[in-house]
Design a protein around this ligand. Structure first.
Ligand SMILES: Cc1cc2nc3c(=O)[nH]c(=O)nc-3n(C[C@H](O)[C@H](O)[C@H](O)COP(=O)(O)OP(=O)(O)OC[C@H]3O[C@@H](n4cnc5c(N)ncnc54)[C@H](O)[C@@H]3O)c2cc1C
Length: 140
């Protein structure tokens, strides 16, 4: 999995639930790198009931529209709580390249081998919101 933002973390949590081995590669020094670098006054425009990741709703005490810093804390807690296998740092940027896609549609696919078991060597999912250039997964 490429990217330790909300999409990468949520997918990783789901993979964990299904005991599917995987790694999350994050170029930043911690998960939520995109959210760590947005402007300070930013607040989510989606309510907290629409903004949480699987398995960890926001607590009742959280404001309806969660501020950026609190969301960043949430992402970091999420990775810790589910012990997600995230490798961080610039060296975690994949060295391969893949074809760019012209539409902003992102793909999140888990491929499975003929036996029905996960085929890790052939599975790459690249996450990223509007702050990144979406790229198609490669199945080579
Ligand atoms: C100003 C603003 C406000 C927003 N507000 C909301 C909101 O209120 N509610 C909402 O639902 N959505 C909001 N969004 C959309 C938001 O971007 C997505 O909901 C969410 O961040 C997308 O998650 P993501 O994991 O796909 O992408 P990102 O959060 O961008 O995470 C992608 C991660 O991948 C890493 N990465 C990228 N390329 C590589 C690489 N080559 N190698 C390794 N790591 C890499 C990045 O460092 C980053 O950590 C907002 C976007 C913006 C710009």
């Amino acid at each position: 999995m490429v990217g330790g933002g909300p999409a990468g973390l949520a997918t990783s949590q789901q993979l964990r639930q299904q005991r599917i081995p995987h790694r999350v590669l994050e170029r930043g020094d911690a998960v939520g790198y995109t959210w760590a670098n947005l402007y300070d006054s930013l607040t989510l425009h989606t309510g907290k009931h629409m903004s949480s990741l699987p398995g960890m709703p926001f607590p009742p005490s959280a404001p309806l529209f969660v501020p950026r810093r609190a969301f960043l804390d949430y992402l970091r807690c999420y990775a810790e709580r589910f012990d997600l296998p995230v490798d961080t740092g610039p060296s975690r940027r994949p060295s391969w390249s893949w074809p760019r896609v012209s539409s902003p549609t992102q793909r999140h696919r888990i491929s499975r081998g003929r036996s029905g078991s996960p085929d890790e060597s052939r599975t790459v999912s690249h996450t990223g919101g509007p702050m990144d250039t979406p790229a198609a997964g490669c199945w080579w």
